[in-house]
Design a protein around this ligand. Structure first.
Ligand SMILES: C[S@@+](CC[C@H](N)C(=O)[O-])C[C@H]1O[C@@H](n2cnc3c(N)ncnc32)[C@H](O)[C@@H]1O
Length: 280
């Protein structure tokens, strides 16, 4: 294994061992309970991040969406392309995908139930949003994305990663430094090591599932945000948070802004495949 890929795997292993990542090697559908949260109305207006993704698409494209979940991205983009082929191993996510697709009357989108390394799907554009954190052996996974895309690969991931949003509060409140998810700093060197030179583009919108990242919070809402990220209802923890609000948040005239979530951004990593195959 090469250096960046080994570092990526070690980062993944540490996070998994600390119980901070879903273990996909275990049987069962880890995503079933969360699937409804990933379902969104396919016909909603495109948010600024999706509008940027749409700018890379052509109406003749077959768009493959790896780990496509409930179709949050691909069903919203289905009217911009000829075909959508989602690949999604979670049955719970697939059920939400099918139900959202059918309710919206979308006729050009299908979903199959494979893990990406077992999938036979190919397309003009291969896309994935928030999937790479969960993949340990990342180099062959990326090579397969590349080799399955006739024109372009588009990967999006958040920085900080969604699973790391409690790290700063834990450090401030308890002196803990929990292992990080493998994210953008670990992924980018793997791509360079594979000989790719992608565009890396921070997207404008704040996290859709965490509106508090925008700030302007009251003291009570700021405290509640930290309690939620810590998954705690303990009174002693609440008092600890309240006593440390100024260290966790920047106080401005219009309210409190979380120091560690500002700015939290989705990043688009994209490149043209140019007909060149990578060893898999
Ligand atoms: C955080 S969800 C993101 C879902 C969707 N892309 C979105 O952004 O709304 C991660 C998804 O990746 C899928 N996934 C994880 N590992 C995968 C793999 N090796 N191949 C295909 N899908 C995978 C999971 O089943 C899950 O649905």
């Amino acid at each position: 294994m090469t250096t960046a890929a080994a570092h990526y795997a070690a980062t993944y292993d540490a996070a998994l061992q600390a119980g901070r990542l879903f273990d996909h090697s275990q049987p069962g559908d880890r995503w079933a309970d969360l699937a409804p949260e990933f379902r969104m109305e396919p016909g909603r207006p495109l948010d600024p991040n999706l509008a940027i993704l749409a700018g890379y698409l052509r109406d003749t494209d077959r768009l493959v969406d790896v780990g496509g979940g409930a179709g949050r991205v691909s069903l919203a983009l289905a009217s911009r392309v000829a075909q959508v082929a989602a690949v999604e191993p979670s049955a719970g996510m697939r059920a939400q995908f099918v139900s959202a697709r059918d309710a919206a009357g979308i006729a050009n989108a299908e979903v199959t139930g494979d893990w990406w390394m077992d999938s036979a799907e190919t397309g003009d554009v291969v896309h994935l949003a928030d999937v790479t954190y969960f993949v340990r052996d990342i180099a062959p996974f990326i090579a397969k994305l590349h080799n399955s895309a006739a024109r372009r690969v588009m990967i999006t991931l958040w920085r900080p990663a969604p699973g790391d949003t409690d790290r700063f509060p834990r450090q401030i409140l308890f002196g803990e430094t929990p292992p990080q998810w493998p994210g953008l700093p670990e992924l980018a060197p793997v791509l360079w090591e594979l000989g790719l030179l992608p565009e890396i583009r921070p997207l404008p919108q704040l996290p859709w599932w965490l509106p508090e990242a925008a700030g302007r919070l009251s003291d009570a809402d700021a405290t509640q945000l930290v309690m939620r990220l810590l998954e705690s209802e303990d009174d002693a923890v609440r008092q600890n948070v309240a006593a440390n609000l100024e260290r966790l948040f920047e106080r401005r005239a219009d309210g409190l802004t979380p120091r560690w979530l500002h700015p939290m951004r989705e990043n688009l990593i994209t490149w043209e495949t140019g007909g060149r195959r990578l060893p898999q």
